[in-house]
Design a protein around this ligand. Structure first.
Ligand code: 6R9
Length: 673
């Protein structure tokens, strides 16, 4: 393999935790890694003991590959641990949720208020016929009632299935039926970029396609009148106004003691092919690991104001808005709208207004902010920030450094956290009081997590500290000539508490997708490199690796080189059929504000990639565009770009944030190239 492919690995900047940060950190003793390694079950058990259980577990782990059970025999309730436990220890008056609506309305709830409201919602659900073991579909805007509805489900032992408020009627219909939900909780609408997203109307449309298991629809009045946004459709035998029923309920609703392995929720993840998978998470292990990772990675202190900018329709909102942070009793911001409403400084205004101390966001957002320019953050006071996080995609070193300097003022550690819907909680991340960070690397597995890198044929080729790495070629396993990196397939070798328990309704698919590739490890589907310090450099989905003239080149590496050019704000790269090379490289590029596309710039950018990586990675085509097709959680859908570049009809676009983007792109691409 080419020894020129080093954009990421020649990234040798390193950032030590400052002595001040280290001194105050929740964990600052590197010994924790060794301790967890020598007895992972004891490590996780220590965390589980910090939660309230109705009955203790009899066994920490029962592992019958690929099925794990954690804290077996234990009885616990997730809502109790996220809410009642804090009220019981005197924190009832602490603010739990600061809900900032897009139109600037702020509604805050203390932990005591959350307990009352969640209990009322839970009693309402019961009155609508929901009982333990049922599924409730939640289709709401990002307002405090969304996490509270999730907690209400957990309180009575019903599993929630949250569907992102931007998904179409078709996606909603499919997910309701797959889960067999009894009730949908929705709203008349939500605010997004100054417009109302008509959630109730979309729900009606979904139900009109046939949802035989749905008995009731509970409608929160976010916009005003629940009938105003459903085009006159109100089915009084089915639809229930929140304001008619919830406020009347008693605040007394005992938490249901759940078995540690009982289903907490289902969350659909699209994957690159096939129908969405209903990922199942259970209670005790999931809560234990989201609690532990949130406490150590985000370093919560009693006065922190945490803001995770994800939507609850995404796993990040489940694990790091609802369960992890609330199990830790933190104060957090929940923001409804988009970052550019009313202006492109909205995020920084929110931070200034609420004194946010910890910000957790996605690389796609960070690159967008870079594109908009520094004037927006520069006009706000960001001095409250003390820690920054990233999740969702590999973060390009350029974006990392911008985040560190322009947002963090070189004063905030960055935690780049790798995990998935399926893993439930963070698996690879720095611990901010211990780990020296390198821009672009998610660094090391969390204590207790055994991550490794495998080659194509399933050998563990993880370089041990100081040892020479190996990589896989057509000739077999070869030592890395540079002795400093190996590339391959990320695997997780031992079970972890928050791992998925299966795919709803499809146990065979669970085995096929995650456990059939290697017989002794979980297969997440991501490529990675590991350097000689044992740092992991995630390279994106394996499907996104290109084969150019026999060389494996990851889209991520070329994209990082593109974004490294001063004129480039964002880039997506795909492999396109090429008669000679097998695959050629096509780049889709968004320019930074103030730059315009021209043949000269095109050549300069291509040259820049060749200079950074090597001539082999020079893009064959480069196409300037205004937007890229992305999922609602901000991931670029390269599969659709491949359809565009290879002139095919577009595949499934139902999970796109804005299906118009790719249709436009296709039209322009066919015109101009
Ligand atoms: C939490 C979440 C999972 C996929 C995952 C990987 C990518 C997430 C990342 C990252 C590099 C990171 N991913 N975090 N890649 N560095 N810090 O995003 O879950 O929506 O299920 O996506 O996202 O490719 O496999 P999910």
């Amino acid at each position: 393999m080419s020894d020129t492919l080093h954009t990421l690995l020649t990234e040798d900047r390193s950032y030590e935790p400052t002595p001040e940060f280290r001194a105050q950190a929740n964990v600052n003793d590197p010994e924790v890694y060794q301790r967890a390694l020598s007895d992972p079950l004891d490590f996780w058990e220590g965390w589980a003991r910090q939660l309230d259980w109705y009955e203790p577990w009899k066994k920490v782990l029962v592992w019958e590959r690929p099925f794990a059970k954690w804290f077996v025999g234990g009885k616990i309730n997730a809502c109790h641990n996220c809410v009642d436990r804090h009220v019981a220890r005197g924190l009832g008056d602490k603010v739990a949720l600061i809900g900032e609506g897009e139109p600037n309305d702020v509604r805050s709830f203390t932990y005591a208020q959350v307990k009352d409201e969640v209990s009322r919602i839970a009693n309402t659900l019961k009155s609508l016929g929901v009982s333990k073991g049922d599924r409730v579909c939640v289709y709401m805007p990002m307002i405090p009632e969304l996490p509270m509805t999730m907690l209400a489900c957990a309180r009575i032992g019903a599993a929630h299935s949250v569907v992102f408020g931007g998904f179409s009627a078709e996606s909603l219909h499919e997910r309701i039926n797959d889960a067999g939900a009894k009730v949908v909780v929705t709203a008349d609408g939500g605010w997004r970029r100054g417009h109302v997203v008509e959630l109730k109307r979309i729900t009606d449309e979904a139900l009109a396609k046939g949802c035989p298991t749905i008995e009731k629809v509970l409608v929160y009045e976010r916009i005003g009148d629940a009938t105003a946004y459903d085009k006159g459709h109100w089915d009084s035998s089915r639809d229930v106004r929140w304001s008619d029923v919830v406020p009347q309920q008693s605040v007394d609703c005992p938490c249901e003691p759940m078995d540690s392995e009982d289903l907490l929720y289902i969350l659909y993840t699209s994957g690159s092919t096939g129908k969405p998978k209903g990922i199942m998470h259970s209670t005790g292990g999931y809560l234990t690991q989201t609690y532990a990772t949130a406490q150590w990675v985000f370093d919560y202190k009693p006065d922190d104001v945490f803001w995770c900018t994800a939507d609850c329709g995404w796993v990040t909102g489940h694990s790091y808005i609802v369960y992890g942070p609330m199990a830790n009793g933190v104060t957090q911001v929940v923001y409804e709208g988009t970052p550019d409403t009313p202006d492109k400084d909205r995020f920084w205004r929110v931070i200034e207004k609420h004194g946010v101390t910890i910000l957790y966001t996605a690389p796609t957002a960070i690159r967008t902010f870079m594109k908009w320019g520094d004037e927006y953050p520069d006009r706000c006071d960001l001095s409250s920030l003390r820690l920054l996080g990233s999740v969702g995609e590999p973060i390009n070193p350029e974006a990392w450094v911008w985040y560190h300097e322009t947002i963090g003022k070189q004063n905030c550690p960055i935690v780049d956290t790798w995990w998935q819907t399926e893993t439930g909680a963070i698996l690879i991340s720095p611990l901010p009081g211990i780990t020296s960070t390198k821009p672009g690397s998610a660094t090391q597995p969390f204590p207790g997590i055994h991550a490794a890198v495998y080659n194509e044929i399933g050998d563990d080729v993880t370089p041990r500290h100081g040892a020479l790495g190996f990589y896989n070629t057509a000739e077999g396993r070869q030592p890395d000539p540079n002795g400093r990196e190996i590339g391959g397939i990320l695997t997780i070798k031992e079970p972890w508490p928050s791992m998925l328990r299966g795919i709803w309704g499809d146990p065979e698919r669970y085995y096929n997708v995650y456990w059939s590739r290697f017989n002794d490890a979980y297969f997440p589907g991501d490529g990675t490199k590991v350097d000689s310090d044992g740092y992991f450099w995630l390279l994106g989905r394996i499907d996104d690796v290109m084969l150019v003239s026999g060389h494996n080149i990851s889209t991520m590496e070329v994209e990082s080189a593109l974004v490294d050019h001063v004129a480039v704000a964002e880039a997506a790269v795909i492999g396109k059929k090429h008669e000679i090379k097998g695959q050629g490289i096509s780049a889709f590029v968004i320019l930074r504000t103030g730059h315009t596309g021209s043949p000269e710039l095109e050549k300069a950018i291509k040259d820049h990639v060749a200079m950074k990586i090597g001539a082999i990675a020079r893009p064959d085509d480069l196409f300037f565009c205004a937007e890229l097709p992305k999922t609602r959680s901000g991931k670029i859908m390269r599969r659709l770009l491949r359809d565009v570049a290879e002139g095919r009809a577009l595949g499934d676009t139902t999970t796109l944030a804005d299906p118009g983007v790719v249709a436009n792109l296709k039209e322009r691409y066919e015109h101009e190239s």
